[in-house]
Design a binder for this molecule. Structure first.
Ligand SMILES: [Zn+2]
Length: 142
């Protein structure tokens, strides 16, 4: 394999999706809790995560809080956990395709761990997708 073909196949930060581990590293750089960063940027292209981290670092206002700003940005722009479009990034930095997020029919949150409800539930319709927390809260066996 010559040098040129290696460069053609090398993924770019635009193709790679930020996984949870990378979001946690970014939170470390921003000296903030990882959860807001994961909510806002997991599944987004690495290029977007890097841009947002740089943007946060450049803000030196004392009341600037990445824990509030990043989720607010993601919510407003429909990114991260608030994204409705299928994930455009091809794979995470570890090479796996990110699992698709589905809205839970119980709490409405977008999650990976949703399960189909069977016919025996009195709370949900058969075929509804609910998360494990909602299943436990409503006594649904999944
Ligand atoms: Zn739920």
């Amino acid at each position: 394999m010559d040098r040129e073909s290696v460069q053609e196949t090398r993924p770019t930060t635009r193709m790679l999706a930020a996984d949870e581990a990378l979001c946690r590293r970014a939170a470390g750089l921003l000296f903030c809790a990882p959860e807001p960063v994961i909510l806002a940027l997991e599944g987004e292209p690495v290029e977007v995560l890097l841009g947002m981290v740089r943007w946060c670092i450049e803000h030196e206002a004392p009341d600037f809080d990445p824990e509030k700003v990043l989720p607010a940005w993601a919510k407003k722009r429909g990114r991260g956990r608030w994204s409705d479009r299928p994930n455009q990034a091809a794979r995470t930095i570890w090479g796996e395709v990110p699992a698709t997020l589905h809205g839970c029919d119980g709490c409405g949150e977008k999650r990976r761990d949703v399960h189909e409800v069977g016919a025996d539930s009195l709370t949900f319709f058969e075929g509804d997708l609910i998360c494990e927390a909602c299943a436990a809260n409503h006594g649904v066996t999944i």
